[in-house]
Design a protein. Structure first.
Ligand code: SF4
Ligand code: F3S
Length: 106
């Protein structure tokens, strides 16, 4: 599966959802996740993210392993998203900021 990692938090550009052939992105207030049971590993979404927040499971950094569980957990409760929408107005300011997990809204 592919995993949405920390840099999506408060950036949420949503370019990723447009290319997913199986529509397996789910949307929370300031973050998106991929449903691990629905992702077919096509890898199309990874290069679409302007802030490089998407990883294949094998390449997920050590310090982001918690996002494996988070994607699985939140994909079950958040609504599906299939169309791109406008990013938050301050998305650019949050790109690459460290320790954004504390800002995740559920
Ligand atoms: Fe969708 Fe493919 Fe990305 Fe999986 S790897 S979330 S199937 S676009
Ligand atoms: Fe997030 Fe990147 Fe998609 S910021 S919403 S993973 S395009």
């Amino acid at each position: 599966t592919f995993i949405v990692g920390e840099n999506c938090i408060k950036c949420k550009h949503t370019d990723c959802v447009e290319v997913c052939p199986v529509d397996c992105f789910y949307e929370g207030p300031n973050f998106l996740v991929i449903h691990p049971d629905e992702c077919i590993d096509c890898a199309l979404c990874e290069p679409e993210c302007p802030v490089d927040a998407i990883y294949s499971e094998d390449e997920l950094p050590e310090d982001q392993q918690v996002f494996l569980e988070l994607n699985a957990e939140l994909a079950d409760v958040w609504p599906n998203i299939t169309e791109m929408k406008e990013a938050p107005a301050d998305a650019e300011e949050w790109a690459g900021v460290a320790d954004k997990l504390q800002h995740l809204e559920r």
